[in-house]
Design a protein around this ligand. Structure first.
Ligand SMILES: Cc1ncc(COP(=O)(O)O)c(C=O)c1O
Length: 418
């Protein structure tokens, strides 16, 4: 028996080793997401987790979706809902998005819109479209780690897009050329960014646009959290500012990414891209090659729910999450020792904490888990893994009493490490 086992195991091991050796070089840059690995640890019952980045399922518009799905599966409708459909996306949903974008100052037609399986898919496609190996992608420091994950497969180098910088554009271009490529795009979150919660002012948005004009690159504006504003006035998207300047979306370099994940439900995987027609046409070709289309029934259900309850539902989320943000900011004020700084966002799902220079977020997490509180260490949000004395706190998933208790525990853990 033993002999048979070892005989059968050996070739399997060799074959597996052979297979993995065949993986393309790009796979070297595909790393397990620290967040996903972490989430596995969070099953402990008493843990208060500020680690996730997800909406509270208690506030999914479940009934509206149940109705929409049932309607989509009715006898007359099912032949459409269960069928293949166009790569561009479900027309009534794109038309709803035309109206939504107009409310945010972006004049476009449905031909400027692609529906994607989440804005994450659009990030992957944009990486695929723009990046040759060694090209430069400009990102903020820190940035959304899922964007780094999407772009990494296309083997870019990263440089910084920083609205406050006075680094000459010529230097950025020269560095990109010396690395063997060109500056292809600047990717950034404009409102309540993941991970910092920070929102760019209108002046900063104009600066980003002016720098992109000077660099001759695209701007990828990630607006995943735009609707989740709890205080202050809306600031126009970069795409809206660019249309004001250039007169027509088809003359613009900004590619806007929207998502229904934070407002309605992430599980349906419906997001969108808005851009000049040549960019959308290329995205459509990319989608045709990759997955043909976003799930028909999901788009129909999202369209139905968006037409019906989007505004009232988002108003509810603003109330609930806004109170949680207040609870977190007040708890931080109460429980954090001297020397700890944090952002004070106007919306979104995250607060970003900066620890003293010599303190490491990942090391702190090990101690925090012993005290049954979790967060995401900040290093993974930097393209170069720097600034590890940071961490991200999520407030959308916890009730105010849990936030108070969790931040009190975290404050104590930090104090013990100082
Ligand atoms: C900034 C940002 N962009 C994009 C995404 C991806 O969202 P979607 O569910 O639309 O793919 C996320 C998800 O967490 C995000 O935080």
């Amino acid at each position: 028996m033993e002999n048979i086992m070892s005989l059968s195991e050996k070739p399997l091991e060799n074959t597996t080793a052979q297979l993995t050796a065949l993986f393309a070089d790009r796979t070297q840059r595909m790393k397990a997401s620290e967040i996903r690995e972490l989430l596995k640890l969070l099953a402990q019952p008493d843990i208060i987790s500020f680690a996730g980045g997800i909406p509270d399922p208690a506030y999914f518009p479940r009934e509206a979706f149940a109705e929409a799905m049932s309607k989509a599966l009715s006898e007359q409708a099912a032949s459409v809902a269960l069928q293949y459909s166009t790569s561009e996306g479900y027309t009534p949903l794109r038309d709803w998005i035309v109206g939504y974008m107009a409310r945010h100052g972006v004049t476009c037609t449905r031909d400027n819109i692609l529906i994607a399986a989440g804005s994450q898919q659009a990030l992957d496609y944009l990486g695929k479209i723009f990046l040759d190996q060694g090209d430069t992608a400009l990102v903020t420091w820190p940035t959304y780690m899922g964007a780094l994950g999407a772009f990494n497969a296309y083997e870019p180098r990263y440089d910084r897009i920083d609205p406050q910088t006075n680094r000459p554009v010529e230097d950025v271009l020269a560095d990109a050329k010396a690395a063997g490529g060109a500056v292809k795009f600047a990717y950034l979150s404009t409102d309540f960014a993941n991970p910092t919660g920070v929102t760019l002012t209108e002046e900063q948005r104009r600066t980003v646009l002016a720098r992109a004009d000077a660099l001759g690159c695209a701007v990828i504006e990630d607006a995943a959290y735009q609707e989740l504003r709890y205080r202050g006035e809306e600031i126009k998207p970069i795409l809206a500012l660019e249309i004001e300047e250039k007169g027509d979306i088809d003359a613009c370099r900004t590619i806007y990414l929207g998502s229904f994940s934070k407002t309605l439900a992430p599980g349906l995987r419906v997001g969108w891209a808005v851009a000049a027609k040549p960019v959308i046409s290329q995205l459509v070709l990319t989608k045709q090659a990759a997955d043909l289309q976003t799930a028909t029934i999901n788009q129909i259900a999202v369209s139905e729910v968006a037409h019906g309850v989007f505004d009232s539902h988002v108003a509810k989320l603003r109330e609930v999450y806004g109170a949680r943000l207040q609870a977190m900011l007040a708890a931080l004020e109460r429980h954090m020792p001297e020397g700890i700084a944090w952002t004070k966002p106007d919306g979104g799902m995250f607060v970003w904490v900066t620890l003293p220079r010599d303190m490491d977020g990942a090391e702190l997490l090990k101690e925090a888990l012993k005290a049954n509180v979790a967060f995401v260490p900040g290093g993974a949000f930097y393209a170069d893994g720097s600034n590890t004395n940071t961490l991200r706190l999520n407030f959308s998933m916890s009730a105010a009493s849990k936030i108070e208790e969790g931040i009190a525990r975290l404050g104590q853990v930090i104090r013990d490490q100082m």
